[in-house]
Design a protein around this ligand. Structure first.
Ligand code: ARG
Length: 461
């Protein structure tokens, strides 16, 4: 393996060290960013008169040819310590001495800091679009299910009536926050480290504002030691992804339950389901389980990043090479999960009737029944107790509240009259829950509109 730094050594490095030391197997995916950074750097060197115009021009065309050959598959990335060494060595092979001038006033610490940020900015855009698409999907499907009543749960016990649209808009609000967190992280990381040198800047008259403009960052980083050793943004985005995955995982858990025979609320499309090798009848929600499982993996990667850097003195330390596999895995896993989650959700079918049946059981209108008595003048705590006794009576007699005769009702309170049946009817219970944030169809429509406004403010179409 050829290296950039053999000058002061008297023998070859051990083959096992080479293996341990190399990052090429995983950082080769940064080739585009590395070339982009080198192009900007060499343009700046040329402009500042640090290298000649001729050298700059041949570096530029050499880098262009390398990029083209990698993309066409003509040039295989191998036999180097890392992607930065690979590009420089290949460039020198192609254009000779000018290639050796590219690294003037620059270090690999500089390069890796820049490459990883450029890469992250691209990935953040992909993830941002996916979150917005998922929000759009929530809005579209929720509009179809504004009146699809189902039990809302606490402790996984039927509690009060909600709608599927209300549930989905809950997830939409979580993902909206995830998107905001992602944009905050992007804003904070949008500073360009190139020009930090190995750690202490350089004696050459470089122009960092110029490279910053070429590379499309908001501003250059303000301290060279921080510039080469900041990986905060990896952890911050790792955190954003962990929370996003946690939200997906909760939703997946819910979908797994909904797809069970016991619930029967939902059926996934065949394209997003799997079977069993032995049980011919099985249709399994493996995708949901995988996303739930991969959430733990993303948490683990975040912990890897935090732990990697916690004991590091300034500035660059080789430990930091360990950031990439974990960070790439965070981004790949989260993006892939979102890519599958969206169409799986969009194609899933809701079984309204099953939901309605479940909503009729479990006394989810008991609170409404107590509210009915309260509105007729009984203090809420007394109404609560009275309905509790009614529920006990119903359980004993295998009835729902709606099945009771008026005489039965009146045995428990004289305040009950004929209008109790409308008051505890599911559709009434739903329509009456129109407090801000509640499940009433008109209120959920407002919630949908708000997410749609967010989508258009975010430039989504
Ligand atoms: N491959 C290294 C990394 O991923 C970047 C190069 C810096 N290496 C060095 N010995 N200074 O972090």
């Amino acid at each position: 393996m050829s290296k950039l730094w053999t000058g002061r050594f008297s023998k070859e490095t051990d083959a096992l060290l080479d293996q341990l030391n190399a990052s090429l197997p995983f950082d080769k995916r940064l080739y585009r960013q590395d070339i982009q950074g080198s192009m900007a750097h060499s343009k700046m060197l040329g402009k500042q008169g640090i290298i000649s115009f001729e050298d700059q021009a041949s570096i530029q065309s050499g880098l262009e040819s390398i990029l083209k050959d990698i993309e066409s598959g003509m040039l295989v990335i191998c036999n180097a310590e890392d992607i930065h060494s690979f590009v420089e060595q290949e460039l020198t092979k192609r254009i000779g001495d000018a290639g050796k001038r590219l690294h003037t006033a620059r270090s690999r610490n500089d390069q890796v800091a820049l490459d990883l940020k450029l890469f992250t900015k691209e990935q953040v855009t992909i993830l941002s679009d996916l979150i917005l698409s998922m929000l759009q999907a929530f809005c579209t499907k929720s509009k179809e299910h504004l009146t699809t009543v189902m039990p809302g749960y606490t402790h996984l016990q039927r509690a009060q009536p909600v709608t599927v649209a209300h549930v989905w808009m809950a997830y939409a609000n979580m993902l909206k926050r995830d998107h905001k967190r992602l944009m905050n992280a992007l804003e904070l990381m949008d500073e360009m480290p190139l020009g930090s040198g190995a750690l202490a800047g350089t004696t050459y008259p470089i122009d960092r504002d110029y490279t910053c403009a070429l590379l499309g960052f908001r501003c250059p980083t303000d301290n060279s030691m921080d510039g080469v050793s900041d990986r905060d943004y990896c952890m911050e985005i790792g955190n954003v992804c962990s929370i996003l995955m946690m939200h997906l995982s909760r939703m997946c858990e819910e979908m797994i339950l909904w797809c069970s025979g016991e619930f029967g609320f939902m059926e996934l499309d065949d394209a997003f389901s799997t079977g069993s090798s032995i049980m011919p009848q099985k249709k399994n929600p493996d995708v949901c389980e995988l996303i739930r499982g991969k959430t733990g993996r993303v948490y683990g990667d975040l912990m890897t990043l935090l732990t990697m850097q916690k004991g590091l003195s300034l500035a660059y330390n080789k430990d930091m090479q360990e950031d990439k596999e974990a960070f790439f895995d965070i981004l790949d896993t989260t993006i892939h999960s979102m890519q599958v989650m969206i169409p799986m959700f969009e194609t899933a079918v809701i079984h309204k009737e099953k939901m309605h049946q479940a909503a009729l059981g479990g006394f989810i209108n008991a609170t409404d029944c107590a509210d009915y008595l309260t509105k007729k003048g009984m203090p809420f705590r007394d109404a609560y107790k009275c309905v509790g006794q009614l529920v006990a009576y119903c359980i004993e007699n295998k009835k729902a509240l709606n099945d009771l005769t008026l005489t039965e009702f009146q045995k428990y309170s004289a305040l009950f009259s004929e209008d109790v049946y409308t008051a505890i009817d599911l559709q009434t219970c739903l329509a009456q829950r129109k407090s801000l944030g509640g499940p009433a169809p008109e209120e959920v429509s407002r919630q949908i509109k708000k997410i749609e406004e967010f989508l258009s403010e975010s430039g989504f179409h």
